[in-house]
Design a protein around this ligand. Structure first.
Ligand SMILES: C[S@@+](CC[C@H](N)C(=O)[O-])C[C@H]1O[C@@H](n2cnc3c(N)ncnc32)[C@H](O)[C@@H]1O
Ligand SMILES: Nc1nc2[nH]cc(C(=O)O)c2c(=O)[nH]1
Ligand code: SF4
Ligand SMILES: [Mg+2]
Length: 214
């Protein structure tokens, strides 16, 4: 059984693959925050910009098996006749609480290329085509290699220097959007300054928020 908060067709907004048409599958639940505002201040992850509770979002629901979820996600990909392979981004919440080998196999059998957005605290199954790891505060990082490391900046207990030696192809800093915590604006200036001073890091903007899409 898979619990999905929402699923939608949009453009990947962040990181090295920003701008790419994607089916997003947002799983319910996370291991670093309950998703309830009253728990935010005492959680491992305190800046989350996402509602991942329940299965009541657009095209959300509970899916009995991998084939049912793969069929559902394929129904959201509108370009069956085009050359570009269908592309899915599994996110959440924390997708590695639910993404397993049967689902990876069912998605590949449909022809999907599979991307994952994870906090990196849980082991990842084999077969993921694009792995994006986004470390969180003092939460122990268990995934130390992948395609991109995308760090939300700044986090006093997870500074970029801690991660530069890890085996990722791309290193991104993404300005923390403070609005989920009632703040204003983002930490854009500090993030730009850090990237200018440390060229190993590139700037990732949340372009879907700029574009006004999901
Ligand atoms: C909502 S998380 C879900 C996937 C996974 N749990 C994770 O944390 O990577 C998706 C992406 O949004 C980023 N993110 C969450 N809240 C943010 C915020 N307030 N500002 C900027 N990026 C944020 C996360 O770091 C992650 O890269
Ligand atoms: N367009 C768009 N791109 C994204 N990249 C990562 C997202 C996420 O919430 O995991 C996200 C999202 O929520 N929307
Ligand atoms: S780990 Fe990801 S989904 Fe969980 S609370 Fe943090 S940003 Fe949100
Ligand atoms: Mg998001």
């Amino acid at each position: 059984m898979y619990s999905v908060k929402e699923a939608f067709y949009t453009l990947q907004g962040e990181g090295a693959r920003a701008g790419r048409a994607s089916v997003f599958c947002r799983f319910t639940g996370c291991n670093l925050w309950s998703g309830r505002e009253r728990d935010r201040a005492t959680s491992h992850c305190r800046f989350c910009d996402t509602d991942f509770i329940g299965t009541d979002g657009q095209h959300g629901g509970r899916f009995a098996d991998a084939q049912a979820l793969a069929n559902h996600l394929m129904s959201l990909w509108p370009h069956a006749q085009e050359a570009a392979a269908p592309y899915v981004v599994f996110t959440g919440g924390e997708p590695l609480l639910q993404l397993d080998t049967p689902l990876i196999e069912a998605m590949h059998a449909q022809g999907f290329e599979i991307a994952v957005e994870t906090n990196g605290t849980l082991p990842s199954p084999d077969g993921i085509d694009w792995l994006c790891v986004s470390p969180k505060g003092d939460a122990t990082l268990r995934i130390t290699q992948g395609d991109e490391l995308k760090l939300v900046f700044p986090q006093s207990d997870a500074m970029p220097e801690q991660f530069t030696h890890l085996a990722f192809k791309h290193f991104y800093l993404q300005p923390m959007d403070l609005s989920p915590r009632g703040g204003q604006g983002t930490t854009m200036k500090d993030t730009v300054s850090y990237c200018l001073a440390h060229p190993q890091w590139r700037l990732s903007l949340q372009t879907h928020k700029i574009a006004g899409i999901d």
